[in-house]
Design a protein around this ligand. Sequence first.
Ligand code: HPA
Length: 257
Amino acid sequence: MKAASDMHNQDIDYAVIGGTGLYRLEGLENIRRVAMDTPYGMPSGAVVCGDFKGCRFAFLARHGENHEWAPHRVNYRANVHALHALGARQVIGVNAVGGIRSDMAPRILAVPDQIIDYTHGRASSFCDVEGAQVQHVDFTEPYDAALRKDLLEAASAVGVSVIDGGCYGATQGPRLETRAEIERMRRDGCDLVGMTGMPEAVLARELEMPYACLALVANWAAGCGEAEVISIEQILEHLEAATAQVPNILSALPFPR
Ligand code: HPA
């Protein structure tokens, strides 16, 4: 077990945090699994480092490799801190979401550009430990513009259609939302709903790591589609189809500037 402070800078070009349905990165070569401890506790699992299409990648399954961590119990601080300690230059969060806007249908991929945070009670800053320097980071644009552009261009280069933009509403989970909650979120301006987009994005910002989200639409959000109830089987089926595109997109990312 390595303490985060013992890690040498690995110069990771891209770190990927995989969400529901994405537990490993197919095609990662020369793999090294790094089990780490951090000042914030243990990450969700080992960080898997390796080479991917000529770039150094690190992969971490947000919910654990066996999906053992529910969204509200994920140790987001440990995850982000571990990737930073490994020398990740930028982070791509892959997140399963429900679609609220009419074009955000199941199996669609999107790179959102805004966030509304409805989560509560999560450790959402590195500066809420005693003695830490208080930070008020700018979060006007929560996602990194250059990394968003790289993701969109990579998708386009491999012929995968991805929606550019959208507001990600982050809910507490683990339950899905009520119809009224989704109606309120729509009025607020949310286009997508997921449970894991925050505080991951702001923690990356606190550590000055560029961060972007690749959202995979798994279902219509509550009350948005034809179905009276949201079926987990359907979610997993749609997610599997959308997830299959992810390695393709990542393979076309540019060598970091
Ligand atoms: N709501 C919240 N999170 C989700 C959903 C949803 O409908 N689908 C996948 N993740």
